[in-house]
Each structure stands twice: as structure tokens, then as C-alpha cells.
Write a protein that binds this ligand. Structure first.
Ligand SMILES: NC(=O)c1ccc[n+]([C@@H]2O[C@H](COP(=O)([O-])OP(=O)(O)OC[C@H]3O[C@@H](n4cnc5c(N)ncnc54)[C@H](O)[C@@H]3O)[C@@H](O)[C@H]2O)c1
Length: 253
């Protein structure tokens, strides 16, 4: 049986990496998907692949820092599919491991805008729909082990992901109590995606701090998608406000 039959799911950052893997798996599990990304070309290729495989997908060009884009994304789900059951806040960027003395205002603001304020605004818009639905809804935030520990990114990245974990718990503790909206986070370790290509000028000090805790094993996007499916489906009906680490044991030692 498909685990997400008759559910509508929005996935941000669905043009690449984990977002793409999550969208593909959710569609295979019967979800009607709305794929959102700033990269429309990549997004349309993912949507076409899902449709060719018999799944449902709509591509919407969205910059998660733009409130009008977020409104368009939410409206597309509701107008085209009738409900909004699952929101996956996955889009995110890294910060070249810049330490607090190295990070400039522009980089700080950009990281916080995409990694934290974007998920906040998308969650705010989604909850307004979900809390009115009989079956409520589910929000999944793709955080990072950088949301739990200090060295898996630069100052802005680590602060943004810790903020996202806090937002996750707040949503869970307020809306979950009413039995309406569950909210959980995933904290991946190193995953084989295009994000590593953005590490162009890593801070020597920031990177050294990462190396001090050792290199982890690298996972595949599909291994994170499987965790997202668990959190999106009724299999996790009593899981709320949690952060599931999926890092191959990197932070266990
Ligand atoms: N890859 C890793 O090792 C790793 C580890 C832990 C957490 N994460 C987190 O996982 C999430 C997904 O990253 P990924 O590794 O799949 O990266 P990726 O670069 O492969 O994919 C990210 C996608 O987000 C999109 N995006 C970027 N900025 C956007 C914006 N402003 N609006 C809309 N879309 C935007 C990109 O176009 C891209 O398609 C991120 O939040 C990242 O911080 C990644």
C-alpha cells in the first residue's frame, strides 16, 4: 500500500539532492507533489521524470526568501490538489565554514533568510491551511547535524540550523498538542549532493574545527528521503518535535 496516497506534499529545494529524492519517493508513495526551487530548469526535469513514472508533480519557481513566492507555492497546492498535507522545508545553503569573525553581514543575512526565515514563512502559511483541515498536516524541516553541534558549518549555517531545530520544537509543542500539525526535523550528516560544490572558499579556521571532529561517512539522498517518508506518513503518528539524526554514526562517537 502506498504510504502517502491522497496526500498533497510541497517540497522546497526539489531541484537537486535530498529535495529531489524526497519528491521522487513521495510521488512513488502516492503523494500529489508541488516541487519548489529557485532553479526552474532543474525542477522541471524532476517534475517530468515523476510524471513519466506515473506520479503527480507540479513545478513552481520559488525563492524561499520571497513571501509572494511562498504564497504562490502554498496556493498552487491548495488550488490544484485541494489540500496541503505535508510541507518539507528542505531548501538550504552553506556558508563556506566562515567563523563568526569572518562572516560578513550579507552572508549572515542570506544564510538566515534561506535556511531559517524561509521555513518560518512557509510553515506560517501552511499551518493556516493545515489547522483548518480535518486531518491537520505534517511539517518536516531538513536541518543538519549543524543544528545540533557547533562545527558542522560556519557560524551562520550552525546558527540557522539550530534556529530551525528550535522552530521545529515550537511548532510541535504548540500545534501538535492540538492534535493537528506534527512537526519534526531531520539532521543529516554528510550527504552526496550538489551542496558540496558551493564550498568554494572554505575558512581555514572553520574547516579545521570540522576536521577536529573527524570526517563522517557520506550518505546518499535516498537514505534521507526514507527518513522523510517515515516522518510524513502515519507510521510516525506519535513522533512530534523530534530531530532524527541520519549521519551514519558520525556524531555517535
Ligand atoms: N548535503 C549535505 O551534506 C547536507 C547535510 C546536512 C544538511 N543538509 C541540508 O539539506 C538541505 C538540502 O541540501 P542538499 O544537500 O540536497 O543541497 P543541493 O544543493 O543539492 O540542493 C538544494 C536545492 O535548494 C535550492 N535552493 C537554494 N536556495 C534556494 C532558495 N532561496 N529558494 C528555493 N530553493 C533554493 C537549490 O537550487 C537546490 O536545488 C539543505 O537545507 C542543507 O542545508 C545538507
Amino acid at each position: 500500500m502506498q504510504k502517502l496516497a491522497n496526500k498533497t506534499a510541497i517540497v522546497t529545494g526539489a531541484g537537486s539532492g535530498m529535495g529531489k529524492a524526497i519528491a521522487e519517493l513521495f510521488a512513488r508513495e502516492g503523494a500529489r507533489t508541488v516541487l519548489a526551487d529557485i532553479n526552474l530548469e532543474a525542477l522541471e526535469a524532476v517534475a517530468a521524470q515523476i510524471q513519466q513514472a506515473g506520479g503527480k508533480a507540479i513545478a513552481v519557481k520559488v525563492n524561499v526568501t520571497e513571501e509572494t513566492d511562498i504564497e504562490k507555492m502554498i496556493a498552487t497546492a491548495v488550488e490544484r490538489y485541494g489540500t496541503l498535507d505535508i510541507l518539507v522545508n528542505n531548501a538550504g545553503i552553506m556558508d563556506n565554514f566562515k567563523t563568526v569573525a569572518e562572516v560578513n553581514d550579507a552572508l549572515w543575512d542570506r544564510i538566515l533568510a534561506i535556511n531559517l526565515t524561509g521555513p518560518f514563512k512557509a510553515s506560517r502559511a501552511a499551518i493556516k491551511i493545515m489547522e483548518k483541515q480535518e486531518n491537520g498536516g505534517v511539517i518536516i524541516n531538513n536541518a543538519s547535524v549543524g543544528g545540533l553541534f557547533g562545527t558542522r558549518g560556519g557560524a551562520a549555517y550552525v546558527a540557522s540550523k539550530h534556529g530551525l531545530v528550535g522552530l521545529t520544537k515550537n511548532i510541535a509543542a504548540t500545534y501538535g498538542r492540538m492534535g493537528k500539525v506534527r512537526c519534526n526535523a531531520i539532521a543529516p550528516g554528510g550527504v552526496n549532493t550538489n551542496i558540496t560544490k558551493t564550498i568554494t572558499e572554505p575558512s581555514e579556521m572553520g574547516y579545521k574545527a570540522l576536521m577536529n571532529v573527524g570526517e563522517g561517512v557520506i550518505g546518499e539522498p535516498e537514505e534521507i528521503a526514507a527518513v522523510a517518508l517515515f516522518l510524513a506518513s502515519d507510521d510516525s503518528s506519535f513522533v512530534n518535535g523530534d530531530v532524527i539524526k541520519a549521519d551514519g554514526g558520525w556524531t555517535a562517537g
